[in-house]
Design a protein around this ligand. Sequence first.
Ligand code: SD4
Length: 341
Amino acid sequence: MASRRKFLQTAALGSAAALSSTKLIARDKKIYNIKDNPVVVSTWGFGQTANAGAWEILGKGGRALDAVEAGVKIPEADPTNQTIGLGGLPDRDGHVTLDACIMDENYNCGSVMCLEHIVHAISVARLVMEKTPHIVLAGEGALQFALANGFKKENLLTPESEKAWKEWLKTSNYHPEINVENRLYDKSKDPMPGGPSNHDTIGMMAMDANGNLSGACTTSGLAYKIHGRVGDSPIIGAGLYVDNEIGAATSTGVGEEVIRIVGSHLVVELMRQGKSPEDACREAVERIVKRNPEKSKDIQVGFVALNKKGEYGAYSLQPGFVYSVTGKTINKIFPSKSFYK
Ligand code: SD4
């Protein structure tokens, strides 16, 4: 009986796959109906450039973990991106401090918090995961670990970011901006804050040809934060979570609000309950609104998720959050739906 049920299940999946030209992957004795893999999904429009780096590995059949690390290293090394790695905006004392984490298909994870002077925080996080018995290294200890492992000490504060910090010092008014990506939006139709795009953190999730998931998240955190402040991005479960049975999620925006609800883990658990990636992200956003409706009007938080079927989706508090998807048949920036219109 059991084997007949299994046969029927498999047959049903098989015909669905034939109809939609998806493909089946058997793993851990389960059968997944994978829509489009490999695939890589990341936060913001600049995620497209990062996705291209990840695709170099994924497209050749490489491992999702290697792909997400290679992908997010691209914005980390870009001095014109003032929210990640080199050129990131500093804290109120002028220090560029980086937060990053990485997670593979076996719940292995590594993280660095408040790391200074090292461009590729994500690679240090991976080394913490692979070469130490720990998961998190912070501050001076993380720097010492990086230097002991051959990373080069660099000045991450570019003249542009130093100038912006000095300008900020004139008022020293700490008020995180609402992160938006303007280029996809017609402002006359979509009322949202003006000014240039000020997107932030890169969170990236990938599924490789074996159907395995991994994720990476890296940021210089909120500009002009108190020295030592750590956001959601390097906290496993908050800024990133990967469960190879279910899916992965990552976040961007005001990290304090994401940490309170352990946002990325929440999104993955909601997908486990059967919600689509977009619905799971929406429920997490709604939880942020419910806790403090007034505050939620004034900040941005966005979640993006990828499930084990290769389906993806996002949801944010404010309009203006976008995410990038790259696969065999797709290379596109999608606008996220938002709670406030
Ligand atoms: C953080 N979520 O540190 C990160 C990213 C960020 O503006 O800086 N957002 O809270």
